[in-house]
Design a protein around this ligand. Structure first.
Ligand SMILES: Cc1ncc(C[n+]2csc(CCOP(=O)(O)OP(=O)(O)O)c2C)c(N)n1
Ligand SMILES: [Mg+2]
Length: 803
């Protein structure tokens, strides 16, 4: 009989086992040295994967090209085992090196051990995702990686079950890809974890979630985190039974090298073959250095626990196993461990040098400008300060760019006015600042949005075309016909959400389309906004074109954290190397009651910069935005006006083809006395007010801004203010909300203040939520009479004799 702790033949290879042992040691040394680098002040913060080495090596063996990872900050060994990361990059991350060539995962924008792999090339074109191992980009909020994982797995299901997608060979091999996830034991307390498990069980998608159970979430032990202190015990109700699909649960020990290899081989094979979600509960995991560099674990772990952690160290246990099995001697292992330590040290040295060199070059160029100056003013002048600032800068042992810039800007203030050569010095300093600010801006500001030719801002607009016979139809039909065209045009397009499938949406904008295009493309989901969003994020990372339906704008709040932390930062936090072109379709503004008529647009625009925000006034505009967005590669949210589905609009002849440009407001009603700047449902009300005002001799120009982000990129509103010299910003958001944003954009950024003859005004909804009934709406939100009165008052104040 074979011994239990013997590996299957293909893994029983001395060379490979010793390579694993060396990798585990290398990773551990990186964790140890990394912590030291923070404690000695060279790096700001560090979080490491010590204690989790062996489980990750075992898992990585099952990870194939085309598979996806959605993990968290403990995964350094896994990333190295897959060949996606090395010891030098470890230090580039730790120091926050902004060179994208050598620190490609984030360009220094996120904490260390937050990983990613590009899904697009630098020109914005898609990479061959089947020729690489893929990692979505990690985020710090605990369990935030879970909803996205669902989407990464869901893509495999669509690629397998929808035969029309079998030809997309750079995106999938008929759905055989597994989405691997990792999470800490404490983070399973989060709602996202449970929502994801439930949705994965319902959808039957190939996600493989490993829970690294080290018994703690920072200082808080399992008994405060998990019922019965066991995640696998309490997940039992989700387990598959004969004829009742569910999830599969596997249990392993964090130190058990042969056991873990066998466990993952078995679990991943089933997951890949049958598309069953699997959970690996990996218990007895240690955390030798505690949670992070922000504290020490001696404060909260008992002596007994600390002792147990030393005894159960996975590398020590692997060593014992290798020796017991006679695979290698203690001397051989010592030599490998020493070699790994040496690599870690050498990478530290090199990484630090690579971090410091460009900063010192930048500093030296600055100091040279000071030293080479020809002016020498009297000692009691400001000159002394210039000298001192430069000297102090040279004394900084480990300079960062902040030191250089602070010095340069202070020197600039202190250049002696009397000096005849001041001109030169000032100019040179300005030159230095300009050059290096441009570089810093590249490092820290760019890539919030797609800057490549695939940006939706480069999509050529096409106007809707009408003929004499163009029929007037309810707005919802415009969307329905438009979606019909889009589903036939884009095979990768899918939409999913609550009531989206069978009935075609609560407003029936997809009526009959599920029947026509199938359940895989127009799909009902559970009531779970966060994972609907995550489903969309994951699909979009894998090259599909998802439209995630959030039934009402008011319920976007359930998904807002993820929208803000994950989707909105994807492009920025990967320094432009990943795109997630997810379209979120929702509807809001005016209808009935507190939770069905919100217009919390400032909440949206202020938390999702990085995602375009379209606020169409009618369904023709909404359709035009969808049409443009599907031609580009950017994430966006489209908020359809809730009260517009039944209102009649003319059906364009080129339905499915016309494209609305983003960032271009439309002047709807020309006027000369005052400009009203608005969007969405209030456009119609402003038009009503404009007609009433005309009867009283006031000529109002109405501008529909159309998209809040981007906002009026051509300065169309400024043009109007130059003409009318008066402006009213109008919407249904809170006082000080989006109207304040539009005011800032228009008057401050565009410089509109110079052309005003009257103080600018805002008119918004009340501070409270909109009350129920038509009267509730009338007294909660701005109406035509409110607009009339506000405009009239502005005109009267301006020309009292006339009004
Ligand atoms: C939403 C959120 N809350 C709190 C934190 C702070 N935090 C970071 S890690 C952590 C503990 C996570 O513990 P666990 O999931 O067990 O992972 P481990 O660090 O033990 O591997 C906490 C509370 C966070 N990052 N995100
Ligand atoms: Mg933990």
């Amino acid at each position: 009989m074979k011994k239990q702790n013997i590996l299957p033949d293909q893994y029983m290879n001395k060379k490979k086992i010793l390579a694993d042992y060396r990798l585990a040691n290398l990773s551990r040394n990186l964790s140890i040295i990394g912590r030291r680098e923070v404690l000695t002040g060279k790096a700001k913060f560090g979080i490491f994967g010590d204690g989790k080495e062996i489980v990750q090596i075992a898992m990585a063996k099952q990870f194939r090209d085309g598979d996806w990872r959605s993990g968290y900050y403990r995964d350094q060994t896994w990333m190295m085992a897959m060949g996606l990361y090395d010891s030098l990059e470890f230090f580039h991350q730790l120091y926050g090196n902004t060179n994208r060539e050598i620190n490609p995962g984030s360009g220094g924008r996120v904490f260390n051990n937050h990983f990613s792999e590009p899904n697009v090339n630098s020109d914005g074109t898609w990479r061959d995702l089947m020729k690489q191992k893929n990692s979505s980009a990690d985020i710090s909020p605990t369990a935030g990686q879970m909803p996205r994982l669902l989407g990464l797995g869901y893509a495999s299901k669509l690629f397998r079950q929808n035969k029309e997608l079998h030809g997309f060979k750079t995106l999938s091999n008929k759905g055989n890809e597994v989405a691997f996830g990792s999470i800490g034991d404490a983070s399973t307390s989060e709602g996202y974890f449970w929502e994801t498990i439930n949705a994965a069980g319902v959808l039957q998608v190939p996600v493989a979630i490993s829970v690294y159970d080290d018994g703690f979430g920072i200082s808080v032990p399992k008994k405060y985190q998990t019922t019965k202190s066991s995640i696998s015990d309490i997940l039992k109700g989700f387990e598959a039974e004969p004829d009742r699909p569910g999830i599969l649960i596997f249990k392993g020990k964090g130190w058990d090298y042969p056991g873990l290899i066998k466990l993952y081989e078995e679990g991943i094979a089933i997951c890949r073959r049958d598309h069953v979600p699997v959970v690996f509960h990996i218990d007895e995991v240690t955390q030798p250095q505690g949670h992070s560099t922000s504290g020490s674990h001696e404060r909260y772990k008992s002596e007994e626990r600390l002792k147990w952690e030393i005894e159960s160290d996975p590398i020590g246990k692997m060593r014992e196993w290798i020796i017991n099995e006679g695979i290698a001697s203690a001397e051989e292992l010592d030599s490998l461990a020493a070699d790994a330590e040496e690599e870690a040290r050498e990478s530290r040295r090199k990484g630090w040098e690579m971090f410091q060199t460009p900063i010192k070059i930048e500093r030296d160029a600055l100091v040279k400008i000071i030293n080479d100056r020809s002016c020498r003013c009297p000692e009691d002048s400001k000159e002394a300060s210039v000298e001192k600032i430069a000297e102090d800068l040279m004394k900084v042992i480990a300079p960062i760019r902040k030191d250089n810039f602070m010095a340069a800007r202070k020197i600039l203030r202190n250049i002696c006015e009397a000096c005849s050569n001041t001109g030169n010095l000032t100019e040179e300093l300005h030159g230095w600042l300009k050059r290096n600010y441009a570089d810093a801006s590249m490092s820290y500001d760019r890539f919030l949005y797609n800057e490549t030719p695939t940006s939706v801002l480069h999509v050529k607009p096409i106007a809707p075309v009408y003929s004499e016979n163009s029929p007037e139809v309810p707005g919802r039909q415009i969307l329905r016909e438009n979606w019909d065209k889009l589903f036939s045009k884009y095979p990768l397009l899918v939409t999913f959400g609550e009531d989206t499938g069978k009935i075609g949406g609560v407003n029936q904008t997809l009526e009959g389309l599920q029947k026509k295009y199938g359940e895989l493309r127009i799909t009902d989901t559970g009531i779970r906004e966060a994972t609907i969003l995550g489903q969309g994020i994951g699909l979009s990372l894998r090259g599909m074109r998802p439209v995630a339906e959030i039934q009402y704008l008011d319920y976007l709040m359930y998904a807002l954290q993820l929208l803000s932390d994950d989707l909105a930062t994807t492009h920025y936090r990967t320094a432009g190397s990943m795109v997630a072109p997810l379209i979120i379709s929702t509807r809001g503004h005016r209808l009935e009651g507190i939770w069905h008529s919100g217009s919390p647009m400032s909440m949206v625009i202020n938390s999702v910069r990085g995602v375009y925000v379209c606020a169409p006034r009618d369904m023709t505009r909404a359709a035009g935005f969808y049409n443009s967005l599907l031609e580009g590669n950017d994430p966006a949210i489209v908020i359809e006006p809730l009260n517009g589905y039944r209102l009649r609009e003319r059906m364009p002849d080129n339905i499915g083809e016309f494209r609305m440009p983003l960032g271009i407001p439309e002047v709807l009603h020309e006027g000369s006395d005052l400009t009203i700047v608005t969007y969405g449902s209030t456009v119609r009300i402003a038009a009503e007010a404009a007609n009433q005002l005309e009867l009283h001799g006031i000529s109002v120009e109405i501008i529909d801004v159309q998209t809040l982000v981007p906002f009026d990129i051509r300065g169309i509103i400024l043009g109007s203010i130059r003409k009318t010299n008066r402006v009213l910003f109008l919407d249904e958001d809170l006082p000080g909300g989006t109207t304040a944003f539009m005011l800032q954009e228009t008057l401050e950024r565009q410089g509109g203040w110079q052309y005003l003859d009257s103080p600018p005004r805002t008119l918004t909804a009340k501070e409270h939520r909109p009350a129920y009934t038509t009267d509730g709406d009338y007294f909660s939100k701005p109406n035509a009479e409110d607009i009339f009165d506000a405009v009239y008052a502005m005109m009267k104040e301006s020309v009292p004799a006339k009004y």
